[in-house]
Design a protein around this ligand. Structure first.
Ligand code: SF4
Ligand code: SF4
Length: 456
């Protein structure tokens, strides 16, 4: 007798059940009167004999029925073998850990204020860091021409303006002489407050993308302050408008603070009508204990992401978090990783030249495993090798989750902060991904739509 695949998950939608295959993205809608699922056993029973043959045939065709559990394992393995050895395509450069602001939720400044010591990257360290990156991207010549991303980060990178401009000139030179691929994308992540007219002209001329951190309207941005406590909102929006007028490609990075969620409608209107944004990415607050987060934060943030996407897309604005999930859902192939640190595909270079896998641990240098003087081989490094495999496909709890193929695995650092291991689901991200999956399956999330069985 055929068995129910472990990847087949029933969702209740009013009078119907939607069966969803979490790896192949196949769907089947069946009347709830025709079938009963046992949550515990992972079994089902067809209760309407008249439709039994048709239901079984459809379920088989959609691989929701299997002959033996090994069949599920073979399918899972066919995706796991697609995980490739680490190949670096993204580099973060910390031009300084110093920032001219004192945002209330900033991990770098708030977590270790006593240990904080200002560090600035020199142009020489930048140059050696870039050469280190170039050595890494040449490790697989077949991948050299693929898109690369260089991100200037901080602190506030404009606190080290001379090196930032020198670095961009060097990147241009290396692109021209073929040492970097022509499609190397350069991003500066900035709070915007230090931008002067000349800087804006320089960025526009050099086709630099600016990522502005903006958490919403004035009330939502109340955590963004100067060390004096004065809010940056007016200055930030003024600089944003100047960049927009100059034709700079701008991304907005919006941290979903409790204040953003309290002011969600007015913040969305502000982004659409006043800032006239074209791209935005919503980031949930990491579990770093810096600011107090309400108990229902995860679900409220997840619901906001779906609601915001609907409104933004009607206004031709892309949102990267939901956008990535939609792409995966439409292309019907599992997403193995959702961030570049997973898979061991990025490096972060500290002002002194130490090199880590993720920019988030710059303060304590956790997962900083080498430095720019060394002949580093990512595929021989234990951290890069462990993160290479850190896909939901390889996590037991994720294998039983309806969002297994949609997910990509969330944030490794957030997982580690919560569980002291990277081999657990990122719970905050789970709420988001499952909310998005339910929305995609139902197309109209409602109270009567929920998951019948599974581990969530
Ligand atoms: S591990 Fe988390 S913080 Fe690091 S790159 Fe991935 S998503 Fe970003
Ligand atoms: S991280 Fe969460 S949402 Fe993603 S597959 Fe794992 S359990 Fe599911």
């Amino acid at each position: 007798m055929a068995l129910l695949s472990q990847f087949c998950h029933p969702f209740i939608k009013g009078e119907n059940l939607i069966l969803f295959h979490s790896l192949l993205f196949n769907q089947l809608t069946i009347s709830s009167k025709d079938i009963i699922f046992s949550e515990k056993e992972g079994t089902f029973q067809i209760t309407n004999p008249k439709n039994a043959d048709a239901i079984l045939q459809e379920m088989s065709q959609k691989k929701m029925l299997i002959e033996s559990p090994e069949q599920d394992q073979v399918l899972l393995d066919s995706f796991i073998i697609q995980i490739e050895k680490p190949y670096i395509s993204t580099a973060y450069f910390f031009l300084t850990n110093d920032c001219n602001l004192a945002c209330k939720y900033c991990f770098e400044k708030q977590s270790v204020p006593d240990l904080f010591r200002k560090e600035i990257m020199s142009l020489s360290i930048f140059g050696r860091g870039l050469e280190f990156f170039i050595r890494l991207i040449n490790r697989d010549p077949k991948k050299f021409a693929q898109k690369k991303t260089l991100i200037f980060y901080g602190g506030e990178p404009l606190q080290n303006k001379k090196v930032l401009f020198g670095a961009i000139n060097k990147i241009n030179e290396f692109k021209q002489n073929g040492l970097l691929p022509a499609n190397t994308h350069v991003i500066v992540v900035t709070n915007g407050t230090l931008l002067k007219k000349d800087d804006i002209e320089f960025f526009a001329k050099n086709n630099i993308t600016l990522t502005f951190s903006i958490d919403g309207n004035r009330a939502a941005c109340s955590n963004r302050v100067f060390p004096t406590g004065q809010e940056i909102f007016d200055l930030l929006t003024e600089k944003y408008s100047l960049c927009k007028q100059a034709g700079i490609n701008i991304n907005v990075a919006c941290t979903l603070t409790p204040q953003t969620l309290e002011n969600s409608e007015s913040s969305l209107d502000f982004f659409i009508r006043e800032l006239k944004i074209s791209n935005i990415g919503f980031n949930a607050i990491l579990d770093n204990g810096i600011i107090e987060i309400p108990d229902n934060y995860d679900q409220v943030a997840a619901d906001f992401i779906v609601k915001a996407w609907k409104k933004l897309s009607k206004n031709n604005i892309t949102e990267s978090r939901m956008g990535r999930r939609l792409q995966v859902f439409n292309r019907k192939k599992p997403c193995i990783f959702d961030c570049n640190a997973q898979g061991g595909r990025q490096i972060a270079i500290a002002p002194g030249g130490e090199v880590g896998i993720c920019h988030e641990h710059i303060a304590d240098r956790k997962h900083f495993v080498t430095n720019i003087s060394e002949d580093f081989v990512p595929e021989e490094n234990p951290v890069f090798l462990e993160w290479m495999n850190r896909s939901p496909l390889n996590i037991k709890k994720c294998q039983a989750c309806p969002a297994l193929g949609l997910c990509g695995g969330g944030c490794v650092i957030n997982t580690e902060n919560t569980h002291q291991t990277i081999w657990e689901p990122d719970v905050r991200f789970c709420t988001q991904t499952l909310t998005i999956l339910k929305f995609l399956l139902s197309n109209s999330p409602s109270k009567d739509f929920f998951l019948l069985s599974g581990n969530q």
